[in-house]
Design a protein around this ligand. Structure first.
Ligand SMILES: [Zn+2]
Length: 198
């Protein structure tokens, strides 16, 4: 049997998404064998994040600075704003390096089932940002789920009347997707979003 400290580490790791008790024990063993290298590095990285992590008051992202690196970056297009449900979505979009504007993180999605109302999300701060002016386009990058689309619809209504272009992500065929394998909802979306060739 391992010591209390090692058991505590294993059970803490086992709570991480994607790790069960078995992989957590393997990770602990792996770290113990690399005490001077990997373990020390992990401890420093965790301590660094715990000490310096702040929420960006502008967009809701988390970073070690406030405003965050994205909001503070002068090369970013301040006239384009991409609204996402969660920080994970911001990171995913930003990894793709296709969007050069800034973001706004809602912190969730509207859900009657879970009792999530507009005032539970960062919607008031979004309206304030838009109302302050200087934004030409708002991209609603909600998930292609019922709740995501309900949220997008609600935001579209709230942003009506502002002098800006309101867009949303296209839904349809995934890259490499074969028609035969797609579910009906995806196929229907792709057909509805069809566009002229060329
Ligand atoms: Zn920010």
């Amino acid at each position: 049997m391992a010591s209390q400290e090692i058991e505590a580490l294993a059970s803490a790791l086992a709570r991480l998404p994607g790790l069960g008790p078995r992989s957590a024990r393997r990770a602990v063993l792996w770290l113990i064998k690399r005490r001077e290298t990997a373990l020390s590095g992990l401890v420093d990285a965790l301590a660094g994040v715990r000490e310096h992590l702040v929420e960006c008051a502008m967009c809701g992202n988390v970073d070690t600075t406030n405003p965050c690196g994205i909001c503070a970056d002068p090369r970013r297009d301040a006239r384009a704003l991409c609204v996402v449900e969660d920080i994970a979505d911001l990171w995913a979009l930003d990894r793709a390096r296709l969007f050069t504007g800034r973001y706004h993180v809602l912190g969730g999605r509207l859900s009657a089932l879970d009792g999530i109302r507009p005032e539970d999300l960062n919607i008031a701060s979004l309206i304030d940002r838009v109302a302050a002016g200087g934004i030409d386009e708002v991209v609603l990058a909600m998930n292609a789920t019922l709740e995501g689309q309900t949220t997008a619809h609600y935001l579209a209504e709230r942003l009506e009347g502002f002098p800006l272009r309101l867009t949303q992500l296209a839904h349809g065929l995934p890259v490499g997707g074969e028609l035969d394998y797609l579910d009906e909802g995806t196929l229907a979306q792709a057909l509805r979003a069809r566009r002229p060739v060329g």
